[in-house]
Design a protein around this ligand. Structure first.
Ligand code: AQP
Length: 334
């Protein structure tokens, strides 16, 4: 059976981008067809300036939202990364296979490091090595497929390179995984800056729709979304020339299961497109928010799912990570 691994970082509240680009597919496609593991990758949240209490709260909230989005512990494994030591153990071995040049070429590193420097902060070493930890997350489980949004494709490519290199140098240990992406909704853009990804740790709050936004907040954000100036009101799908309106068409198409290009022919004004997008997003989020509320009333259930998930994940990861320790030349403990 195909094995799938993917994760979400508790660096902020989950967004519509996280949902359309990743989580919805995990719930409605991946967990049904594969042996799937989904993880709150909390160690990754420590790569930038962080507040410990906030990371803990966001980790719990992310896990609850994954379950609210439809991840079913009967069908898949849901857990928190730091509960399974194998991730950090394997990460160090992979650091001994990766090069610093590879790390410095990562687009997300360059962007995030530049942002930290602009803010006058220093760049944590873990931000540079983060893709290696992500590779360990994936490789520890013999993963075949990694369902991710566009922004993570480069990291999965690096993971493949590290797996192949390790296997060539030290003997076959890792499955070489591949990234899989949803056709529509793979890259939801910020509503206020439609040339940038909608990110959960963005400063531009009004441009980001969060999974737990009330309908009124969703309405305000979408109705105020930046549309493209100097081109009249015609609704055209063109990501390069018309990023604002194209983003709305993509969001609507992703919500309704349609095609953004075909949808563009249906609308004569931005207003009508925005109105329908509001309705589609509110309807999309409604069941997730209702289930989230129920789960918040039962924290013991969520804790139990995470405890069982970690135990199961540990059992799956340990044999491969132990094999990697032996293959690379470390003496087995007596
Ligand atoms: N805007 C997006 N459109 C489509 N997919 C997206 N994903 C994230 N943003 C979008 C996908 O969601 C999954 C979980 O993402 P993550 O938690 O690993 O964080 P990220 O990719 O770094 O995204 P964020 O939300 O923007 O976090 P910050 O702001 O902290 O960097 C991934 O599969 C991702 O592709």
């Amino acid at each position: 059976m195909t094995r799938i691994f993917s994760g979400v970082k508790p660096t902020g509240h989950l967004t519509l981008g996280n949902y359309l680009g990743a989580v919805r597919r995990w719930a409605f496609v991946d967990q049904q067809r594969a042996d799937a593991l989904f993880c709150v990758v909390d160690l990754h949240a420590l790569t930038v300036d962080h507040d410990p209490g906030r990371v803990r709260r966001l980790s719990r909230q992310a896990a609850t939202l994954l379950l609210a989005s439809g991840l079913d512990p009967e069908l898949c494994t849901v857990f928190v990364q730091s509960h399974v030591d194998e991730h950090a153990r394997l990460s160090y071995l992979l650091e001994c296979v990766a090069t610093d040049g590879e790390m410095r070429r990562m687009i997300q590193y360059k962007e995030k490091a530049a942002r930290e420097r602009e803010r006058g902060g220093s760049v944590r070493l873990s931000l540079l090595t983060y893709p290696v930890l992500m590779a360990a997350d994936i490789l520890a489980y013999g993963t075949d497929e990694v369902p991710v949004g566009d922004d993570q494709t480069q990291h999965v490519e690096l993971t493949r390179d590290l797996a192949v290199r390790f296997n060539q140098r030290y003997g076959h240990t890792f499955v070489v995984p591949r990234a899989v992406r949803p056709e529509v909704g793979a890259r939801v853009m910020n509503l206020q800056e439609p040339t940038s990804k909608m990110g959960k740790s963005d400063d531009v709050g009004p441009g980001v729709v969060y999974l737990l936004d009330e309908p009124d907040a969703v309405r305000k954000k979408i109705m105020r979304a930046v549309t493209d100036s100097g081109s009249g009101q015609d609704v055209v799908y063109d990501r390069e020339a018309r990023p604002g309106v194209s983003n709305l068409l993509e969001i609507l198409a992703a919500c309704e299961g349609g095609n953004p290009e075909a949808l563009s022919g249906v609308y004569e004004s931005y207003g009508a497109l925005k109105k329908d997008t509001v309705e589609a997003v509110v309807e999309l989020l409604r069941p997730v928010q209702e289930r989230h509320k129920q789960l918040c009333a039962d924290p013991a259930y969520v804790e139990g799912v995470l405890r069982d998930g970690a135990e199961k994940a540990r059992g799956m990861a340990r044999p491969r990570v132990d094999a990697a320790y032996r293959a690379i030349g470390l003496l087995a403990a007596g």
